[in-house]
Design a protein around this ligand. Structure first.
Ligand code: 9D3
Length: 249
């Protein structure tokens, strides 16, 4: 996978890629990440990347020429499966399914928006897909682009070791994680649930499943609705015995 990140803040991007799983994958050559400085594609003395909106109004708009030149320069010749992605509040929400789909591409060109947005003509001619990371206001697309790099990179072959592997529990994908404990056995007068020392792995899995459902119901009922569709009859009985009614049929 090649990521090309078009931005006016290449140092911000590089700073975030110095540590962690993505940095390791990059050093090992499992992913290539290049930052493309948008200002290198300007032609005026002040290296301008934005201008006032036609029709008036507050805020500035990113001009199309530097963006198009930066994207064209970033396109690798040998690559066949490539997508140009604009990070913008108008995009579709980034989720795990999107990450999985994007992980199949050979190159992702991530364009970080700034100011009030980009000129529509750049968007319509060069952008394949717009992505948002959630319903809150950020000051630009750089942090969202890093989220896409992180979420996609950890899905690439050989990037995760088996210990931090994607799916450990049977229900890990659809429910929130159950409470977890490690040493010490007593911390500030709080003990670890006894069941976890029982050695009875079937009952431990049941306990974890119940706690996962409890948390998901409390915090993310939207997730539980989807997950409940694939609960087995045995799981439904177990939940009912613990006062947790399965949401759907
Ligand atoms: C009309 C009011 N503007 C807010 C002051 C709209 C607006 C423009 C530009 C809001 C945010 C931004 C900059 N944000 C992004 O470029 C962005 C973003 C985000 O703000 N939230 C979630 N995902 C993303 S992806 C890119």
């Amino acid at each position: 996978m090649i990521f090309s990140i078009v931005t006016i803040f290449p140092l911000l991007i590089e700073a975030c890629l110095q540590d962690g799983i993505v940095a390791r994958a990059r050093k090992q050559g499992k992913v290539e990440i290049e930052t493309v400085n948008l200002r290198d594609f300007t032609s005026d003395r002040h290296r301008t990347t934005d201008d006032r909106p036609f029709g008036g109004g507050a805020g500035m708009v990113m001009t199309p020429e530097p963006l198009s030149l930066a994207v064209q320069k970033s396109c690798r010749q040998q690559v066949r499966d490539r997508r140009v992605i604009l990070l913008s509040p108008q995009g579709r929400r980034f989720d795990q399914e999107t990450a999985t789909t994007l992980a199949r591409e050979q190159q992702l060109i991530l364009v970080c928006g700034r100011y009030e947005g980009v000129d529509e003509r750049f968007r319509s001619r060069y952008v394949d897909e717009e992505i948002s990371v959630g319903d809150f206001i950020l000051s630009g697309g750089e942090l969202p682009a890093l989220m896409v790099v992180d979420g996609v990179t950890r899905l690439l072959p050989g990037v995760l070791g088996c210990s931090d592997s994607a799916a450990n529990d049977t229900f890990s994908s659809s429910l929130l994680k159950h409470p977890q404990y490690t040493r010490p056995r007593v911390f500030e007068d709080m003990e670890v649930p006894e069941i976890l020392f029982s050695g009875d792995h079937r009952r431990i899995e049941e306990y974890r499943f119940i706690e996962s459902v409890r948390r998901t119901k409390e915090r993310r009922p939207d997730l539980l609705e989807k997950a409940a569709a694939s609960f087995t009859e045995q799981e439904k009985r177990l939940l009912e015995a613990h006062g947790l009614k399965a949401q759907t049929g």
